[in-house]
Design a protein around this ligand. Structure first.
Ligand code: ATP
Length: 310
């Protein structure tokens, strides 16, 4: 008898970044976390992951900020592979190559996006047939931004950001992203916000109701003044130079600018794709950031691009 063993072909998955259109941060809880009310939008700036069968679990990283990304068990894709293999009752024998486009420690949830993409890719590579709900419960254990990276689109997040409700969003919005020289660690930005709140009473965002209406109407002019981030004051306190970046983007013609998540990436909403290209060009020449990207959103969550031929 001839036994043919078929080695599955590598799978390529695209992992979207996110911007928080609204990020309301509650007080520090006894467990060390903060309650969040956030509206996420998945953006076209993304990482691509290639997953291939291998004799052991390995992670390789190339592209944007690759030198800052660990390739051991502290990488979230490693943890995703181990968690999914455990669920499936198999060994995590896979080589994962990450091509980074999302800035590392940039407040755009790049690591979370990679973890979501690893779950989607391994479900395909190992032919597990798990549904989105099953993947979402593994995602929630990996980190509070991972479920959104799986979900994509536009969504309202509560709890630590992991309890999601889809949000109606008409039209595509156009963004310019100003990437900073160094990253900001998310825990340090939350700590700085706690400190600022102990010292004084920085203004807090209200509920996102009007912002949700502007999204449903698909009107960037209505959306622009409603964008807000309670972490922005803390990110600006740690990196005061971001004030110049924000001013320069609006001065270049963006409708509004805000710090993305815990920063330091600044995101600028523009009226059209052409306007975004013009704002990006001006910002790139202004010397207020390391580099500039244009992006659009909402885009789908982590998804398989293709099955590579052998
Ligand atoms: P957050 O999701 O908390 O907003 P962020 O978007 O600011 O985080 P990430 O790019 O996700 O930042 O990375 C935060 C840290 O996580 C990095 O400094 C890195 O050490 C670690 N990390 C683990 N896995 C990855 C990954 N696959 N890609 C990037 N960073 C990773």
């Amino acid at each position: 008898m001839i036994v043919l063993s078929v080695v599955p072909s590598p799978v390529v998955v695209r992992a979207p970044s996110k911007v928080n259109l609204h990020l309301g941060v509650g007080d520090l809880r006894a467990d060390g976390y903060h309650d969040l009310t956030t509206v996420f939008q998945a953006l076209s700036l993304s990482d691509d992951l290639r997953l291939a069968p291998a004799a052991s679990l390995t992670v390789r990283v190339t592209g944007e900020g690759a030198a800052q990304v660990p390739t051991d068990r502290t990488n979230l894709v490693w943890q995703a592979a181990v968690a999914l293999a455990h669920l499936a009752g198999r060994a995590p024998l896979v080589e994962i190559a990450i091509a980074k486009g999302i800035p590392v420690a940039g407040g755009m949830a790049g690591g979370s996006a990679d973890a979501a993409a690893a779950l989607v890719g391994l479900n395909e590579l190992w032919d597990l047939g798990l549904g989105r709900d099953e993947l979402a419960s593994v995602a929630a254990e990996l980190g509070s931004d991972v479920p959104f990276a799986l979900h994509g689109g536009t969504a309202l997040g509560t709890g630590r950001g992991e309890q999601l409700l889809p949000v109606l969003s008409r039209n595509t919005f156009h963004w310019v992203l100003a990437l900073a020289k160094d990253g900001l660690s998310t825990p340090s930005v939350f700590r700085e916000l706690d400190r600022l709140r102990e010292e004084g009473d920085p203004p807090r965002l209200g509920d996102p109701q009007k912002l949700l209406q502007a999204l449903a109407a698909g009107d960037p002019h209505a959306l622009a003044p409603l964008l807000g981030n309670d972490l922005q004051a803390a990110a600006l306190s740690l990196k005061p130079e971001l004030r110049r970046t924000l001013r320069a983007g609006v001065g270049a013609g963006a409708l509004a600018g805000l710090v993305s998540g815990s920063g330091p990436t600044c995101a600028f909403l523009c009226e059209t794709e052409q306007a975004a290209i013009a704002v990006a060009a001006e910002l790139a020449g202004a010397g207020v950031c390391r580099s500039v990207r244009t992006a659009s959103g909402p885009v789908p969550g982590a998804r398989v691009l293709d099955h590579e031929a052998h």
